[in-house]
Design a protein around this ligand. Structure first.
Ligand code: S3P
Length: 167
């Protein structure tokens, strides 16, 4: 079985996934990194050169590939829930956890980072309102994709431990 982590940017999918994989002796897979390896480009470059739609098609192809394998903790990109097909595929071999966080928590966690194309060029209140907008559009999709784990005020270790309890 695979453990799949979904959630918005900055919800801690990669950090929690690495800890969980270590504890459970499973392989850690970061889907964004796999996409970057596959195309030899960074996520930012893919968005710039080929656009979001192309990125989403590669994302779906890579999901199909890794869903065939077992014993992995998979950290997904924040937009995987946009296509039902991605979630259906991930559910075939995996148990999905939705790492939730308030827009304020997300903003605090990612404000120093520059590799998020969806928030590129936005700072302060503008970034926060963009986070709120995208999150409110996606919230229901995240919620119905799997078991919600609230991450506000919790360390990655604590979130990983909470997921372990659900297994
Ligand atoms: C995206 C989130 C990113 C990455 C891409 C699009 C999104 O992943 O896949 O920039 O649509 O929310 P992280 O959630 O790991 O930042």
């Amino acid at each position: 079985m695979n453990i799949v982590l979904v959630g918005f940017m900055g919800s801690g999918k990669s950090a929690v996934g690495k800890i969980l994989a270590g504890r459970l002796n499973m392989r850690f897979i970061d889907l964004d990194s796999e996409i970057e390896k596959d195309l030899g480009l960074t996520i930012t470059e893919i968005f710039k050169k080929n656009g979001e739609e192309y990125f989403r098609s590669v994302e779906t192809r890579i999901i199909r590939l890794f869903s065939l394998l077992d014993n992995q903790v998979i950290a997904t990109g924040g937009g995987v829930v946009l296509k039902d097909e991605n979630i259906t595929e991930l559910k075939r071999t995996g148990c999905i956890f939705y790492l939730s966080a308030t827009p304020e928590t997300v903003y605090r966690r990612i404000k120093e980072e520059v590799h998020r194309p969806l928030l590129a060029g936005k700072k302060g209140d503008e970034a926060l309102s963009e986070i709120k907008k995208i999150l409110s559009f996606r919230r229901e999709m995240y919620e119905k994709s799997g078991t919600e784990i609230k991450t506000d005020g919790q360390s990655s270790e604590e979130v990983a431990a909470e997921i372990e309890k659900h297994l």
